[in-house]
Ligand binder design. Sequence first.
Ligand code: COA
Length: 325
Amino acid sequence: MKKVGIIGVGEYLPERILTNSDLEKMVDTSDEWITTRTGIKKRHLAAVGQAASDLALKAAQQALENAKLKAEDLDLIVVATITGDMPFPSVASIIQDKLGAKKAACFDISAACAGFVYGLSVAEKFIATATYKNALVIGTEVLTSITDWQDRNTCVLFGDGAGAVVLSEVKKGGIISTYLGCDGSKSGILNMPAGGSRNPATSETVRNRQHYLKMQGNELFKIAVNTMTDAAETVLKQAGMTFADINLIIPHQANARIIMAVAKKLGIPQDRVYLNIERCGNMSSASTVTALCEAVQEGKIKKGDIILLDAFGAGLVWGACIIEW
Ligand code: COA
């Protein structure tokens, strides 16, 4: 098996910003409630007409530049998203055309907030087995396109953005261990009820607001803390490591309270946890990868550092990954 590492990172956050005080004018909420319950202060919003592939393209171009590769060098494009431009074709296919990555095989992954870790794990196998040489893995979301702006329980939480990484063979370090899991029995806790084959779009589904994300937040909170803790412990055990070996945790950014509860359970100090939730909210599959990208760009990750990615989301699915940078 070949060693596989991240050789380039990129991100794109749309220009429009929605602050907590903007939300105070839209629903019965307050900056104080949102800040103390979630840690979120503002989030980025895609422009009208800007789709998941538009965000992904900019992140992908930056990642390719950072990796010093050309689009034609890519053998595989994997896009994690739950808010693709349309149900089909895949965002990966659209990106292939926009980038000019003519020889790349392309598909999307639906693993919600754990989508980037799922995508990373799948792409890694293609390179480790020498099937492909270079892969682009993207997490991109326009979550605000499925946000119910009348529902204060959910609309304060989400934002739009995209992040991308280029994976390739490395001589040293790279991905040490990945762990993926799912509990489909809890799929009803977080979903979008209509728009698929179960409830195709009708005027009634639109009237009933079934094309928006629905979430039992309180129930999810407890599961998220336990699941992310278990996933981190499992992937470390697989790698034969302990938390003392980890320089930085890059968690999925659903709620700062969830992240800090996980860090506390794991005995990890707060300064070893990377957060961008205050500025970005929850961007589902884009959260973990943009946080990783920002941590690299801010110099918080150095060569040789051991990084732990830890995510969970609708499915319910979860994934964790240890990388030597
Ligand atoms: N502003 C003001 N009040 C709000 C509010 C808002 N935006 N949203 C909910 N409330 C109210 C509720 O109506 C409730 O009022 P009540 O006690 O009168 O019924 C009260 O605040 C507490 O609600 P609760 O749901 O218990 O709050 P919470 O502390 O659990 O925080 C979440 C809510 C959604 C922030 C939190 O549960 C969470 O982050 N859950 C997990 C989310 C998640 O992981 N999502 C994605 C997975 S990837």
